[in-house]
Design a binder for this molecule. Structure first.
Ligand SMILES: NC(=O)c1ccc[n+]([C@@H]2O[C@H](COP(=O)([O-])OP(=O)(O)OC[C@H]3O[C@@H](n4cnc5c(N)ncnc54)[C@H](O)[C@@H]3O)[C@@H](O)[C@H]2O)c1
Length: 266
């Protein structure tokens, strides 16, 4: 078991990809803290992990607030005494109601960067001292294939995800002397509440005449763009994160790995 006696924090672990990451780490023996705003869904993942035989704990956390991510780390250390892995997964597509706006407004820009970029910075700053003192740590940031290239529309999200890749590289350099690895996973197309919002945004903006449902828009996108011909799953992303957070990846840092069925080959 790669994570026996190890403790991991997964932000945004209450549902979707974060849940898949949390379960992947727990299956490999980690104690997993689910750090999220959504208490009800988070507690259901905590119970799922406990019923699989690992330990888990809910930390009510807003990754956009440094005081909140500091509390998240303090609570983790109080609960388990150690902290080895941080997965910065929490992410948004915009501010509330973004999928009804053809052009993102300033609130969309602000909220997207607050969660998708500053969320990574806040959490990393909160774990930094502990990981540096123990001379060991793994940070895995969740970006997106959207961060690999700009595109018209939805620039807020793509730009924030590009920034996430760059921030990861800066932190990989910064923490390398202390035995801490920092890597990024760029998921492709995974059907979650976030993708449901993106498909609804497309229906109300780029594809107003379509009769396809949000799920059908997603399936068409998969069929048009994925060389392997299938959608990716939260478990696929969880497996990649579990590898990068393990000692089997001890010589890998500052990398961004696509888990996207071959959509982007770089
Ligand atoms: N679904 C995809 O196809 C896809 C593709 C590429 C990248 N991603 C990225 O993967 C990550 C997870 O995406 P998902 O599809 O599972 O999204 P999701 O919307 O299903 O889940 C996101 C989770 O983050 C939490 N969250 C949001 N804001 C938060 C905050 N301020 N503090 C703490 N928690 C917060 C939410 O409560 C939710 O539990 C995101 O970073 C997303 O950008 C998703």
């Amino acid at each position: 078991m790669d994570f026996q006696d190890k403790t991991a924090i997964v932000t945004g672990g209450a549902r979707g990809i974060g849940r898949g990451i949390a379960l992947a780490l727990a299956r490999r023996g980690a104690n997993v803290i689910i750090a999220d705003l959504d208490e009800k869904s988070a507690k259901s993942v905590v119970n799922e992990i406990k019923s699989g035989g690992s330990q888990s704990y809910f930390s009510e956390t807003d990754v956009t607030q440094q005081w909140s991510t500091d509390q998240m780390v303090e609570a983790t250390l109080e609960e388990y005494g150690n902290l080895d892995v941080l997965v910065n997964n929490a992410g948004v597509g915009g501010a509330l109601g973004f999928n009804d706006r053809k052009i993102p407004n300033n609130e969309d820009w602000q909220q997207t960067f607050d969660v998708n970029v500053f969320g990574i910075v806040n959490c990393s700053q909160s774990v930094e001292k502990h990981m540096v003192d123990q001379g060991y740590g793994k940070i895995v940031n969740i970006s997106s294939i959207a961060g690999r290239a700009g595109r018209p529309g939805f620039a807020t999200y793509a730009a924030s995800k590009a920034a996430a890749i760059n921030v990861s590289q800066a932190w990989a350099f910064k923490l390398a002397p202390y035995g801490i690895n920092v890597n990024t996973v760029c998921p492709g197309l995974i059907w979650t509440p976030l993708w449901d919002s993106i498909a609804k945004w497309r229906k109300s903006t780029e594809e107003q005449s379509t009769e396809l449902s949000p799920r059908e828009i997603f399936q068409r996108t998969v069929a048009e763009s994925v060389p392997l011909g299938r959608e990716q799953t939260p478990e696929d992303v969880g497996n990649a994160v579990a590898f990068l957070a393990s000692d089997r990846a001890k010589s890998i840092t500052g990398q961004a790995i696509n888990v996207d069925g071959g959509i982007r080959m770089n």
